[in-house]
Design a protein around this ligand. Structure first.
Ligand SMILES: Nc1ncnc2c1ncn2[C@@H]1O[C@H](COP(=O)(O)OP(=O)(O)O)[C@@H](O)[C@H]1O
Ligand SMILES: [Mg+2]
Length: 232
């Protein structure tokens, strides 16, 4: 199995050296756990390998993304890859969702140079559950079919994809359309708040991989995400 490193050493060692190539990984957790920062590491690692990486953000304007990047020690290197179009950053705002899902997939289908894809966050497409007609989708069954078709296309094209799944604390199992069953792997970031923040990463599912069975502690610093080895 070919592996694609996430760029976070402590994560790669939890999954036999990296994510399975051509897999679709759901990265889940409540707000503020570092999902977007995790994505930056993944994109940067790809660009360092000469891969073309695409980051789609559906929630925040471009300025916010640039501000986030600028905080980290790898900012200059990251922005250099952006200038070279090794990392392509695309931001969309709410009213466009109904169009972008199909447009996006069409673009990805046509561009065979993309190696890595991040959608931040994927469930934004489907938060229109209460009014699915906004997506011109007749039923839940069709949404599942739509997701399945998109996933097959991504795998066929050999893209390694991270789909960020925004989760609220109280709807722990409230994933949309059983996305965890459809993806090849899930990585969960979470934290305990007990006067101080304790961050944990857990990998409940990773196809074709004997993944690390326990959760590990991590921290976020100016260098990004660092996962602690157990003895630390
Ligand atoms: N320079 C930094 N040093 C320490 N922690 C940081 C730094 N920058 C961001 N963070 C932490 O990262 C969190 C935001 O990460 P982010 O990836 O945006 O979360 P998510 O995408 O899961 O909502 C903040 O809540 C903060 O705790
Ligand atoms: Mg985020």
């Amino acid at each position: 199995m070919e592996r694609e490193k996430t760029g976070i050493r402590g994560v790669d060692s939890m999954v036999q050296g990296g994510l399975p190539k051509s897999s679709i990984i759901g990265l889940s957790g409540p707000p503020g756990v570092g999902k977007s920062i995790f994505a930056l590491h993944f994109l940067l690692e790809g660009a360092r390998k000469g891969q073309k990486c695409v980051y789609i953000n559906l929630e925040e304007p471009r300025e916010n993304i640039d501000t986030m990047i600028s905080q980290f020690s790898f900012a200059d290197e990251f922005m250099k890859f952006v200038k070279q179009e090794k990392i392509v950053v695309k931001c969309f705002t709410y009213p466009e969702y109904e169009k972008i899902y199909s447009d996006l997939l069409q673009k990805i289908r046509e561009d065979s140079s993309i190696h890595r894809l991040v959608v931040d966050s994927f469930n934004v497409f489907f938060t229109a559950v209460s009014h699915p007609e906004a997506l011109s989708i007749p039923s839940e069954v069709n949404i599942r079919r739509m997701i399945n078709q998109a996933f097959s296309m991504l795998r066929r094209k050999g893209l390694t994809s991270i789909l960020i799944l925004e989760m609220s604390r109280d709807s722990r199992h409230g994933f949309y359309y059983n996305i965890p069953y459809l993806v090849d792997g899930t990585i969960s970031l979470d934290f305990l708040e007990l006067g101080t923040i304790e961050r944990r990463i857990f990998i409940p599912k990773m196809r074709w991989t004997s993944q690390h069975k326990e959760s590990k502690a991590y921290e976020i610093t100016g260098k990004g995400i660092k996962v602690f080895e157990e003895k630390e």
